[in-house]
Design a protein. Structure first.
Length: 281
């Protein structure tokens, strides 16, 4: 568990959960959960169904208030914000991608991400520049006039991410962003998450049950070349991992830390996720 008294940084953590418990009647959906995510960091949250992963995301964005504990995002006590203040937080420094398709079916690929900026009275020229930048980032620059129904499943998921990333929020939450995608499209989504983390310094929490995604996010880095192009490649052997993992088990933090240690653990709850056999040495 993190000792918050030792944090002397003048810059607040991007995400800071302090001993958070969420009770639903007799069920503890989260039990004394603490987590800190600095700017530019990535934490991959995993666990079986019902372990509290989505509840954790909902607490961070203020959809669910903790029974006890504190939730800070960019230094703001989320549990104490008014509805207007919460909407302001979610419209600027925080982006969110859920599993469900939440695109505006009647708006084009261009207008879906633009809507968020127009809502907040961005000037037309800045909106146009930001939309073109984000559509290029997710590889949809040639599909700007298409409606969501004209896009493939993978393209729609990339558009969801474009809409969440428009304006480059400082904090991103991804709840199973590759769910239902084929391996090629899933890899494209993971690469987008890596690029957002490494090129734009976005703090992120990625929820997934797909075990192969965890080492991929930890072991790959996005780098900008001399030509300005960004490539995703395996990190150098002596470079630190680019993500850490947290396992939730019945609402409690069963593990948080290094990805490689996680995948070599014989803890029963971890072995259930990773498939490690008890007789392995």
């Amino acid at each position: 568990m993190t000792d918050h008294s030792t944090n002397t940084s003048t810059s607040p953590m991007a995400i800071d959960l302090r001993d958070v418990t969420v009770d639903f009647d007799d069920l503890k959906a989260l039990d004394n959960v603490s987590l800190q995510v600095a700017h530019g960091e990535m934490v991959v949250v995993t666990g079986t169904s019902g372990s509290g992963k989505t509840v954790l995301v909902h607490v961070i964005v203020g959809f669910i208030k903790p029974t006890t504990g504190q939730v800070l995002v960019e230094g703001n006590h989320v549990e104490s914000l008014s509805e207007r203040e919460l909407l302001s937080l979610l419209s600027s420094p925080v982006g969110l991608v859920f599993q469900e398709d939440a695109l505006f079916s009647g708006l084009s690929t261009y207008d879906n991400p633009a809507f968020r900026l127009v809502e907040h009275d961005w000037p037309a020229d800045r909106v146009d520049s930001a939309v073109k930048e984000i559509l290029t980032f997710v590889g949809l620059e040639d599909d700007a006039d298409k409606l969501p129904e004209e896009l493939s499943i993978g393209m729609r998921r990339r558009l969801e991410i474009a809409r969440a990333l428009i304006g480059w929020p400082r904090v991103m939450l991804f709840d199973e962003p590759t769910a239902g995608l084929d391996p090629l499209n899933a890899r494209r989504i993971l690469d987008l998450l890596i690029r957002a983390r490494d090129v734009h310094g976005i703090a992120s929490i990625v929820v997934t049950k797909e075990m192969h995604e965890i080492p991929y996010l930890a072991d790959h880095v996005a780098l900008r070349g001399d030509d300005g192009n960004v490539t995703v490649r395996v990190r150098e052997p002596d470079a630190p991992p680019r993500a850490r993992v947290m396992l939730l088990d019945a609402g409690s933090v069963r593990y948080e830390g290094d990805v490689e240690v996680f995948f070599h653990s014989h803890d029963p709850a971890i072995a259930e996720m990773t498939g490690i056999q008890e007789n392995e040495t």
